[in-house]
Design a protein around this ligand. Structure first.
Ligand code: AVJ
Length: 312
């Protein structure tokens, strides 16, 4: 974990979050190997509509998507995880010059790249283990290519607050020339009960995923969170247009992280994740300083969208 989850930075970010009045933790720290696996389980849940809806949109529009994205491209995937959606593209895309999976969870990335190398022996894969919420540099590609396309599926862009999303888009766009692009999945505003059900599954996989952030901190840092002393909470915040996930303290308790002591009152929460839901118009406004929205594909329920943006 030398690149991003380096000890001092992780510690600083965690202490900073827990010192706030509303305690918070950066959601990227869900994703160690176990967290990535739990997220994979979430994507297969009946209640969690985004993954299968996005996959369906991709399958239903594949020739059109491929025509829009173009050929001889460098495909750089942000938060590549299991690369399952990329496989869909790779299987229909004869001419991806290089694939750059960008992923914070180092061991998970190594495992997935090893598998991809076996499955796609002709594909040039240049993995990049980094925290892409910070400025980063794409590796240099030796072969000729027509353009760079970032692939950012899953509505993971919804984890950023709008101001953070703009800073992120600004960073990304420094790596792009006009005509380069981004294929991005964006979850849409919808019936609140559909949203809340998706983040409160009956099997409690989302609860385990949420609590894994504490386990990850215990493992990486000298910390003593007791996972049983927190309960999962997820709800739609209508004013902010986002699902919020929290871990609520079941009792008054203290937790020590590298000699720093934190107090939790019974009922006090740690805010662990935002998942913004957009209208098509709001998303277009969000990106408009850097990108034009070239194409939008959605499902028949208008639950989710896949969008092709072009750098302007
Ligand atoms: C992968 C970040 C898009 O916000 O829906 C799933 C993560 N959190 N269940 C999301 C998540 C709780 C997911 N993203």
């Amino acid at each position: 974990d030398h690149v991003t989850l380096s000890f001092p930075k992780m510690l600083d970010e965690i202490i900073e979050g827990l010192e706030k009045d509303q305690k918070e933790l950066p959601s990227k720290y869900f994703y160690d190997q176990r967290g990535s696996q739990l997220f994979e389980e979430i994507t297969e849940l009946e209640e969690y509509y985004p993954t299968r809806t996005e996959m369906r949109i991709m399958q239903d529009n594949m020739p059109y998507i491929i025509r829009t994205v173009g050929s001889d491209i460098i495909l750089a995937e942000l938060g590549s995880g299991s690369s399952k959606k990329t496989r869909l593209l790779l299987d229909h895309f004869p001419s991806i010059t290089s694939y750059i999976p960008i992923e914070i969870s180092e061991q998970y990335l190594a495992k997935v790249v090893q598998k991809l190398n076996q499955e796609y022996p002709d594909l040039q894969i240049e993995p990049l283990c980094t925290d892409y919420s910070m400025p980063f540099q794409l590796p240099a590609i030796a072969q000729p290519y027509s353009k760079i396309v970032f692939f950012y599926p899953g509505s993971t862009i919804g984890n950023f607050q709008p101001s953070q999303a703009k800073a992120f888009l600004n960073n990304l766009s420094t790596q792009l020339d006009p005509g380069d692009g981004m294929l991005v999945g964006v979850d849409l505003k919808k019936n609140i009960s559909v949203l809340e059900t998706a983040y409160n599954d009956r099997q409690g996989v989302t609860a385990s995923f949420n609590k894994n952030i504490l386990r990850h901190i215990n493992r990486k840092l000298d910390a003593n969170f007791n996972l049983n002393n927190f309960r999962h909470e997820a709800f739609y915040n209508r004013d902010e247009g986002r699902i919020e996930m929290h871990l609520v303290s079941r009792t008054d308790q203290t937790v020590t992280i590298e000699k720093e002591v934190f107090h939790f009152k019974q009922g006090e929460s740690i805010h662990t994740e935002n998942s913004y839901k957009y209208s098509l118009a709001d998303f277009e406004t969000l990106v408009s300083e850097w990108f034009s929205v070239e194409k939008v594909w959605t499902d028949s329920d208008h639950y989710f969208s896949l969008q092709y943006l072009q750098k302007i």
